[in-house]
Design a protein. Structure first.
Lengths: 535, 535
């Protein structure tokens, strides 16, 4: 078998797995949108079968043979080529998949399904002790998973050495070279969401961020200026909200001939593949910002999915880079663009036409309201500044939970203590504390950091785009409702590369600098100065 | 391997194939309802992959080994048992599938896809010569398919002998025993839609039907009573039509917690499996009957799907008996119930409340309008009486097309000639003649007869239900909007048996008599006497 033949078969197999997963995505979207209630059991069976088939294909030893036949060949000699990137990432995924015993995969699926149910009940009843044994079981299994992945890491690294990958394809964040440090168990879990990133890197970046953020948020809290959030809580009829939000999503470039907006209990974006990306939201007739910024957020994800290189669909070169980069696209449109004054210079007159209830509101008051910074207990309701402290808190706790340094029984106390340190507030209950998120119940340790990485990447991409395109020109475009130059910049620098580079290197190539908290902090400072008179 | 083990594995494999097909059904439903336009190519790839995986599983030689291990064993000794029926039908499907060369299956898929496109263009332009070469290609492939299936028939029959099937598990329609006649090539195609039925049987039943129907329709045409159809063509706002049709579907028993009604260009019913059955319709704001009877029709299909035995989902015992029996359920609710006077005694006052435009219409005039019998050129617009002549015409033509007795080039002429003989009218164009239906372009030879078999089964089921439950009681229930007794009778006699018996035997068990055109003709005669004064 020639390397070219092996590569062609690898691609074919990768596309089959991707297609199976995209079928599952359609079924899951339908489950959230239109499926009748009684269809849940059947849907579970359908999705489980597709997942089993995809897993079987992904772990077929034939993939290992094909990878071996192409690695080290001339075909992947150029580390920057699509072929090299595909082989690198397929090796990465394959090694991870085959390192997990089938028994563990099944037990994780079974346990996390039941743990999610237990979590729903425990949160409703504010009953942490009821959730505790489930969290312990999930943690034990995730520890086992991380250990299994890490034990085989040497092999995976060897595969990458064969490709003569330059060291900078790692996450490449702005800290001393971490390739030869002792890996943290957490790395193996983080890697699933943010390939190549490590706990040590995230820790360093988050430390830099908190150091600036905590005093800034305190200063804002002490400012005498208090935006009037009630202007967002007037009468906003749902049908008009939908029309208004769809118009904004279309304006920033979400293609409705290749996508849809529907209503679900929990908003999400699901890119099935080329030509079909679905976003969802939920409407609150007395809270304009919930659906509107939710739609901008999901449309940002959607723009990424819609602008991935279709010709590489089903291979790593055609998929998103990392969850952090994905989140950067949603946060960029939701916050960097959607909460900016130039954006509202365009949309505010339209808002007034659509919703008579805001006739007396000034654009200044409105922009202040959508940028209100105020510590609160619930992550998903947090503003763009305090949000990151919620993430720092979870990241630090999950590191200690994973190593066992923090026993699950002590989680509520540790949560409250850290919350006080970061926010200066004490959560009134576990429901508004460590029981608020679903993530740990489904085993998503390593997921939370990607939210804040997304904020940091977003700010850094935006700064680079303003530098490249001229900030004043960009703002002038926004005031006219023209978002095309920014979108094109993102298409070229962020979307089209897919997973050809790891997130750290992508950031370096797109912005000229490794990831750092600087641009985000600067962005928040400028807003705080403007809206709160705080420096 | 014990027969019990083999049977358990057979069932497991059958369920996997069914689940894959049900995933495809969800994807296809989405394609017709909510999929954005640009998603078509991806959807084609997804559905093709699932179909290939299902086909691969269905033709796995392991199934043949398992069937051999269980056939002839004690487990299937009772021919009336679920086990025996499942093994009989799985053998039937397996033998058919493995007899078709992979090349032929692929060529059929490719050719019919292109032939359908050619048909769309040809129909639009009324250009039969453009479609002719495609129809010739499709016919040649279907002949090849029929020959391949028939050559192996002896094996399939042997499989059935092993189970000591009594002869009456065949279609069992009311003609001399046809088991040892020379099979018609058409039988192999008909068998896919109406398992066990033969061209000879259908021919005989249709001959009996036409003999009565042609003069009856002529007599109606000559009657001086002409219902005023224009009452159906007033203002019927679409949103109200939807509410009204949904209420009627719910009243006859369609379970909206386990199903939905959506809007599509072409109405259909798709039962994904237990707990999830979707029906669709299209609304014409100036034609009440189109959506309303369409919804009753699809809800009738849906009632069948929703009441199949869920515990046997994924095996023949849990699937519909035949397309003819499926169609009997839609026709029964659409026509036998939905166009009856007792039905409208209940719904007409509600209709008047909902649609102010019919305030001046009497129930008599309305019932006459929805029962108007009038020859027309388009099958899908035909009334319940003339509809069957459209089917007889297609059945006779496709028999001759398949054998080659009728060259494709002569189809338009033969169509026009037969149309004159049956309807006394000449189609003004091929678009209103042999180009009107999609079926032949997708290779659906043998499909058309199931529509009229459905009408005949419906009438025979209804007559038996009236006999068992008391016709006057049933009618009194309908007048109160109570359809539960009829539904329960159908659940027990028709839905719950699934495919345990072939259609002929199911009919015999449910009604005490083999299928005959008698009950349908009697039903039409009684209506004609009532509405047109014709006997």
């Amino acid at each position: 078998m020639t390397p070219a033949d092996a590569y062609a078969e690898l691609v074919r197999r990768s596309k089959e797995v991707a297609l199976l997963n995209s079928c599952s995505a359609v079924l899951q979207w339908d489950q959230q949108t239109y499926m009748p209630r009684a269809g849940a059991a059947l849907r579970g069976d359908q999705v489980a079968l597709l997942a089993a088939l995809a897993h079987e294909k992904a772990t077929d030893p034939r993939t290992g043979e094909l990878l071996a036949a192409v690695e080290g060949s001339q075909l992947v000699a150029d580390a920057g080529s699509v072929e090299a990137a595909n082989v690198r990432e397929l090796r990465h995924t394959y090694d991870r998949a085959v390192k997990l015993p089938k028994r563990l995969v099944e037990e994780l699926a079974r346990t996390t399904t039941r743990a999610q149910e237990a979590w729903v009940g425990a949160r409703t009843k504010n009953d942490f002790p009821a959730f505790r044994p489930w969290l312990e079981r999930v943690l034990a299994l995730k520890r086992e998973e991380a250990t299994a992945v890490q034990c085989g890491m040497r092999n995976a690294e060897r595969g990458m050495e064969n490709q003569k990958q330059p060291p900078d394809t790692g996450a490449g964040v702005d800290i001393p070279h971490s390739r030869f440090r002792t890996p943290h168990l957490y790395d193996a879990l983080l890697d699933e969401y943010e390939p190549g990133a490590t706990a040590a890197e995230v820790k360093e970046v988050f430390a830099g961020l908190s150091k600036e953020l905590v005093p800034l948020i305190r200063a804002i809290a002490e400012s005498s200026r208090k935006p009037d959030r009630s202007v967002l809580e007037r009468e906003y009829p749902v049908d008009r909200q939908k029309v208004f939000a769809e118009a904004a999503a279309a304006a920033i470039g979400f293609d409705f001939t290749a996508g849809r907006l529907d209503t679900t209990a929990h908003p999400f974006c699901s890119g099935f593949g080329p030509g079909d990306c679905r976003i969802t939201t939920r409407y609150n007739p007395r809270a304009f910002h919930e659906a509107f910024f939710g739609v901008l957020h999901e449309a940002g994800h959607g723009l990424y999915e819609q602008n991935l290189p279709a010709e590489h669909f089903g291979t790593p070169a055609g998929m998103y880079c990392s969850l952090g980069v994905h989140e950067s696209q949603s946060r960029l449109w939701e916050n960097q663009v959607g909460r900016s004054r130039p954006f509202w210079d365009h949309f505010f007159p339209r808002l007034k036409q659509t919703f008579p209830d805001v006739a007396d509101v000034t654009p200044e008051a409105f922009v202040a309201a959508v940028n209100d910074v105020r510590p609160s207990f619930i992550r998903v309701e947090a503003d763009e500044a305090t949000y990151n402290l919620h993430i720092v808190l979870r990241f630090e706790l999950e590191l200690d939970l994973l190593t066992g340094a923090l026993p699950v029984a002590d989680l509520p106390g540790a949560w409250a203590e850290k919350f006080r340190a970061l926010f200066g507030l004490t959560p009134p209950s576990d429901r508004e504390g460590c029981l608020q998120d679903i993530h740990w119940s489904f085993g998503g340790f390593g997921y939370f950091p990607t939210y804040t990485l997304g904020n940091l990447y977003a700010a850094q991409f935006m700064r680079a785009a303003r530098r490249d395109l001229g900030g004043a020109d960009l703002d002038a475009g926004f005031r006219r409702g023209d978002f095309a130059p920014l979108r094109r910049w993102l298409n070229e620098r962020v979307h089209q590369p897919g997973r050809r580079y790891r997130a750290g290197q992508l950031c370096l190539r797109a912005t000229g600098e490794p990831l750092s908290p600087g641009p985000f902090v600067t962005y928040l400072r400028e807003k705080a100065a403007d809206l709160y008179g705080v420096c």
